[in-house]
Design a protein around this ligand. Structure first.
Ligand SMILES: Cc1ncc(C[n+]2csc(CCOP(=O)(O)OP(=O)(O)O)c2C)c(N)n1
Ligand SMILES: [Mg+2]
Length: 570
């Protein structure tokens, strides 16, 4: 059989098409011109970003939304280093992604040539697989493996370096088949063991999270919880795996956890953790579940065999993909739930109490009530609105008070990376223009990748960005007041006029300083975004004193000072 002779760049783009790629994100470089040329007639949409951090975050958001690898192209050293934040996030978040990096030609390699880096060493710890393709005739093989690795077992990022001369070399090679994601399945004996553990339980809890979920998997999980009256908690930033309005949803196990839910986790006798990595954020710093041997009887289900037992010695460890496990759960013979049935309503009541307007606003003294802002969003935006955020205290308002509408309505980095919110919001709108997308960004957060508003304008992505402007890197200031009360250092911000900046990009911008102004501003922003297919930004200007829903900077400082004084006396 004869095959056409093609350049490396063309072989690569043909492979992308075979593997079903419709969109790629990136910033161009002269190191991969041949790929750019092959993309020209490919039908693959190449979204041009303004900074590689933004591009890699967009690829991550694509991976989270679709379950298929997000594709990102960047150039050598400077491009790759900018993109690394997205690779790290995809790794921690278990998101399928492939980062392609233009590399120095093989004639100069290993001389520390212009912008040269050995990507195997650089990305060694933050990617599932890093390789360099040295021969054009092996591109199909490398691409097939990259898609395989990114999507199989625990999903994650793959990095492929592309030496410049390899991309322009002509080769005669056959294409491969499309990749097939591979996941393990539980055995019937393991499922029987899960059932037996639950059967003997008094206070069971399901804890779901991690990558690899699909709509049918979520539906099976939901059905299992319903039939057996089990409360379901979601791991940190995987809060959308069960519709938050569902009667079995008990809340999220992450930063700033509801103390009542924390108690429920600690006092549970059987926890079935399906998918989460049980990392620092989901275990309250390894405190809710003692490490390595938890007090609760733990079933840990994870897509990666090596993750199981890496920290927690669960009583029952099951290596399985989420769809495979959830389908078998739903098929289990129903349990007698008499012992715990009431816990579903009790957990729900705990959640409702936690989501009430916090006392800090109840005297009406705060001109801008951020709790009310979230209530307005939940009332005005459709239930399946996608909310994106990065890192910062502002994110608490979304995590605690917004009711996520189910599978992939939350795009947020478990890596705690600042700068994720805007690119994720823009990407979500590019990927699914029919969905409403609202981005939560702190003033610090916004400035890390706010330039991607230009990408939103270029591709007519009508995302609504809400900037929470408290004039500071609030999270760090909060920690500062706790540990070094009254000594503000390195956390103040002097900001641009965010609304004017949005207008300068070609979007809509408004400033809101009082509670009553927000709902009409949101309605205007959503209407503008919808009608013009352009971004809209609402800047919330508020007093930085309101650092969390439950505390002001002053109360934190005074508590810390009192503790310091007490230490001196004793
Ligand atoms: C890329 C990155 N740099 C630094 C940090 C550390 N960090 C976490 S939250 C935060 C402040 C966030 O400030 P802002 O976006 O204004 O939100 P706020 O806490 O004020 O609501 C910082 C600097 C981080 N998580 N990620
Ligand atoms: Mg801030």
């Amino acid at each position: 059989m004869t095959h056409p002779t093609r350049s490396g760049g063309q072989i690569l783009v043909d492979a992308l098409q075979i593997h079903g790629v419709d969109t790629a994100f990136g910033v161009p470089g002269e190191s991969y011109l041949d790929v750019l040329d092959a993309l020209h007639d490919s039908g693959i949409r190449f979204i041009i970003n303004r900074q590689e951090g933004g591009a890699a975050f967009m690829a991550d958001a694509y991976g989270k939304m679709t379950g298929r690898p997000g594709i990102c192209f960047v150039t050598r050293g400077p491009g790759a280093t900018n993109a690394s934040i997205g690779v790290h996030t995809a790794y921690q978040d278990s998101t399928p992604m492939i980062l392609f990096i233009g590399q120095v030609g093989s004639d100069f390699i290993d001389r520390e040539a212009f912008q040269e880096i050995d990507y195997r060493r650089m990305f060694g710890q933050m990617a599932k697989w890093v390789a360099q393709i040295d021969r054009a005739d092996r591109i199909p093989e490398y691409l097939a493996r990259a898609f395989q690795v990114a999507t199989s077992g625990r999903p994650g990022p793959v990095v492929l370096a592309l030496p410049e001369d390899m991309l322009t070399t002509l080769a005669t090679v056959a294409d491969t088949r499309r990749y097939q994601p591979v996941q393990a399945s539980p055995s019937t004996a393991q499922m029987a063991a899960v059932r037996a553990m639950l059967e003997g339980a008094q206070r069971p809890l399901l804890l779901i999270g991690g990558g690899g979920w699909t709509e049918p998997a979520c539906a099976h999980l939901r059905r299992f919880a319903e039939i057996n009256d089990l409360p379901v908690a979601c791991a940190f930033r995987f809060q959308d795996l069960l519709d938050n309005d569902h009667p079995n949803y008990a809340g999220d196990v992450g930063i700033g956890i509801n103390p009542a839910l924390a108690r429920r986790v600690r006092e549970a006798d059987v926890i079935v953790a399906i998918g989460p990595r049980l990392g620092e954020m989901t275990t309250g710093g390894y405190g809710l579940l003692a490490a390595p041997v938890p007090q609760q009887r733990l079933v840990h289900v994870h897509a990666d065999a090596e993750e199981l037992g890496s920290v927690y010695q669960a009583e029952l460890m099951i290596n399985s993909g989420m769809p495979q496990f959830a389908a078998m759960l739903a098929a289990l013979e129903p349990l007698n739930s008499d012992a715990w049935r009431a816990s579903v309503a009790a957990a729900r009541a705990d959640l409702a109490a936690w989501q009430q307007q916090p006392p800090i606003f109840q005297d009406g003294s705060a001109p801008l009530d951020l709790w009310q802002v979230v209530q307005d969003i939940d009332r005005i935006a459709p239930h399946d609105v996608i909310i994106t955020n990065g890192a910062g205290n502002y994110a608490t308002w979304a995590h605690r008070f917004h009711r996520y509408g189910g599978m992939r309505t939350q795009l947020a980095p478990t890596s705690g990376a600042m700068g994720y919110s805007v690119p994720a919001g823009v990407a979500a709108k590019i990927i699914d223009p029919a969905r409403t997308v609202i981005t939560f960004a702190g003033d610090g957060e916004y400035m890390m990748n706010g330039q991607e508003l230009a990408t939103a304008v270029q591709y007519r992505a009508g995302v609504v960005v809400i900037v929470f402007n408290n004039g500071m890197f609030g999270t760090i200031r909060m920690h500062q007041e706790r540990d070094y009360p009254g000594r503000v250092s390195g956390t103040e911000l002097h900001n641009p006029d965010f609304a004017a900046l949005a207008v300068a990009y070609g979007g809509h911008g408004e400033v809101v300083t009082a509670t009553a102004e927000f709902a009409p501003a949101l309605a205007r922003a959503l209407a503008w975004a919808d009608e013009k297919q352009l971004p809209a930004l609402i800047e919330l200007r508020y007093d930085g004193e309101l650092i969390t829903p439950g505390a002001t900077l002053t109360t934190i400082r005074r508590t810390a000072q009192a503790a310091q004084a007490a230490r001196k006396i004793s």
